[in-house]
Design a protein around this ligand. Sequence first.
Ligand code: SAH
Length: 435
Amino acid sequence: MSEALPAPAPAATIILKPGKDQSPRRRHPWVFSGAIARLLGAAVEGDAVRVEDSRGELLGTGHYSPGGSIAVRLFDFGPAAQLPSPAFWEEKLRQAYQLRRSLGLAGGNEQLLKSPSQEANNQQPATNNQNTNVYRLTHAEGDGLPGLIIDVYGDVAVLQAHSVGMYRARHELATALQAVLGNALRAVYDKSAETVPAAALAEAPRNGYLLGAGTGAEHRVVENGHAFVVDWETGQKTGFFIDQRDNRALLARYAPGRRVLNTFGYTGGFSVYALTAGAALVHSVDASKRAIELTERNVALSAEADAFEAGRHAAFAQDVQHFFKNPVSEELYDLIILDPPAYAKHLSARHNALMGYKRLNMSGLKHLAPGGLLFTFSCSQVVSPELFEGAVLAAAIEAGRPARILHRLTQPADHPVSLFHPEGAYLKGLVLAVE
Ligand code: SAH
């Protein structure tokens, strides 16, 4: 893989105002527009730039984004910071992959994916875990790659760019992925159309394959031994909510014998774990008809494999509040999961989001039997764990339901948070024992 590197394109330099160098020196990846004194050279949205302090010392390199309040997203730090090249991206992805390998999520299980050509190339297979072949390979700032999400579904990777810089680098990134994953990678799909800021692009972004192609066949992955169908082409986000993997496993411990309601269920992750673990009954609710179809498919797959009665499951393509107002039975549930989409995408929406969480949790508590468990989540990055707990507390007070916290939950290890960028923590959850 060591071809001669192209000479890095001349990059513009951002000079920071005096005293504004502390944040990049502490490896915080965001340079705000107010910290910038001037731009030397020319740069447009998505260009790689160098960032220097007021005395000309190099602090880092990153992607330029002049329109927003975050003007540069840094991917390298210090006086030796590099501008991106194919080798630079490959090294970044290799580091991300090594972390997943060390977590037991990726690479190393020769039995699972070995093929003769792989052996010849001495390539690493995509998973070392017989039970799981779906994981997040890059979690943006958490992997020193602001604006870049890559999720791996067996032999297919789905790339989602959240910045113009990463979007423009997508072909190089796909090539780098191929170099790191080798024959374990069959295709790379670009799912950036809904996430990349499109205003600065000459052409409207379109989703599609960067490498390989779709097969037209159903694509199955395995998570903790449970089979799921993933459809990245038509599904939400990259196709599957990998971030709930550990929390689904926890749920399985409490599901046996319980009547479970899984709201905002998407493709039924929690429902499948609950049914397999021996829940007495599971109801799945999601507003998306396609999500409910996939939920039913996933439940059927697990019912086949684990020989359980799929009749213990029913799915409803409905708005959750409508479902709560018109429940299918008067009987209460013993365990309820509330996993809504992010209610606040920006700070300005935080107050309304907290009111939304309070309302939702009140509705959930109303349908929970005394002694029941509530798994309640928020994936709004701007809502801190403390604020979320406050909203759930307000709901419990108003519903008149004393409750104790059994677990405080978060995102799994393949969604790491840089200590220098606490903003990367977004998923929070509580498991409550409710009286
Ligand atoms: N718990 C899921 C992920 C939830 S994502 C998992 O483990 O995979 C949020 C889901 O909420 C999406 O599937 C979306 O279709 C659904 N949704 C959004 N608003 C809704 C509403 N008002 N009522 C029901 N479902 C809704």
